[in-house]
Design a protein around this ligand. Structure first.
Ligand code: HEC
Length: 323
């Protein structure tokens, strides 16, 4: 536990997690941005459509907005991948009642084509638009949304949740528990907040990754890696990590986990090959220490072993079915 806390803490510090302002209940810290607050400037979607920011994207809608750029070497990718997990939890509400917008922080490089490639690499579903446009216009939109960083490196990784119909806006974080974030998004809808709650059997807030976290690296893996990688369940955003500790040597893995962008810049042949294979998205540099990397390697190894022994056991059961 102590160990997990330590690694997560390093990561969380690096991620500058924001304290969420809760919607519903006591919405004291949530802003109220009414009509005329947002500029109605033109933006272009990853599908090349020209839209007006306020009239077409915000007016009367419930929205989730974050800021990314496709060349981001660190956590935009993790943030996007975690938001995909939230989108899955919200199901067909996204695109019908709730809309997700990712606004680029780098409109000069992020053409609609670049954003489309990025969206496809992550497998975003309908109801989620990536937006670019004139840098000056986007700066103003961002400013109004509270994103006021001056350089790409210091951008925030929070999300804004808003309901234009009620004028309620609040900041949240993609690094918080995803079930809770999905709950905050649903709470944008006053009808949902007012519904009669049936007693639920299953607690919504099982802190995955914390209760299970006696294995070194597990909590960190669930929080920082699982949105992009599976171990034994196939390619997600990045490669399936089953058996990765056997197919790569340990020293390479440590260096790659600590600074994948540096490996690529140095033209490491394996990093180059992986980059060519996974177009549109890169393994992020998450500020991991060597100890974090060693814990993650131990976890990937144990999980691989566990899956293999499960597979063997179920093979045996098939051969000798129980009466
Ligand atoms: C935003 C998505 C994303 C996140 C988050 C992410 N990765 Fe990756 N990872 C990738 C992609 C994509 C690649 C393929 C290389 C590339 O394109 O940069 C990769 C490659 C890898 C590789 C090399 C695989 C191989 O076959 O050699 C390992 C190991 C790895 N990641 C582990 C991790 C671990 C551990 C974490 C969590 C600390 C993590 N990744 C977080 C996207 C991600």
């Amino acid at each position: 536990m102590g160990r997990i806390f330590k690694c997560s803490l390093a990561l969380l510090t690096a991620l500058a997690v924001l304290v969420p302002a809760f919607l519903g209940g006591g919405a004291a810290s949530a802003a109220r941005w009414g009509k005329n607050y947002f500029p109605n400037l033109p933006v272009i979607t990853h599908e090349g459509k020209k839209l007006r920011f306020y009239d077409d994207l915000i007016k009367g809608k419930m929205v989730v907005i974050n800021f990314i750029y496709t060349n981001c070497p660190d956590i935009c990718g993790l943030s996007t991948a975690r938001l995909i997990e939230v989108q899955k939890r919200l199901g067909d509400l996204v695109g019908r009642d709730i809309f997700i917008y990712s606004i680029t922080l780098d409109p000069k490089n992020d053409t609609p084509k670049a954003l489309k490639e990025y969206a496809e690499a992550f497998g975003v579903g309908p109801g989620w638009l990536f937006l670019t446009g004139n840098p000056k216009d986007l700066r103003l939109i961002r400013y109004k949304l509270g994103e006021r960083s001056r350089s790409l490196g210091e951008h925030r990784n929070g999300v804004m949740l808003g309901n234009d119909a009620t004028g309620e806006w609040a900041r949240d974080s993609t690094m918080s528990n995803l079930d809770i974030l999905a709950g905050h998004i649903r709470n944008l809808d006053p009808k949902w907040r007012a519904r009669k709650r049936k007693p639920t059997k299953k607690r919504l807030t099982t802190a995955r990754g914390h209760t299970l976290a006696n294995r070194p690296g597990e909590g960190l893996f669930l929080k920082a890696c699982a949105a992009c990688h599976t171990i034994g369940k196939g390619v997600r955003v990045g490669p399936d990590l089953k058996g990765v500790t056997a197919r790569r040597d340990r020293d390479w893995l440590i260096r790659f986990l600590v600074a994948p962008n540096v490996m690529l810049a140095k033209k490491d042949p394996i990093a180059m090959e992986l980059d060519a294979q996974f177009q549109g998205v890169r393994m992020p540099n998450l500020g991991l220490s060597k100890t974090d990397a060693a814990d993650l390697i131990a976890y990937m190894k144990t999980q691989t072993k566990r899956i293999s022994s499960h597979a063997k056991a179920s093979g045996r059961n098939k051969a000798n079915p129980q009466p």
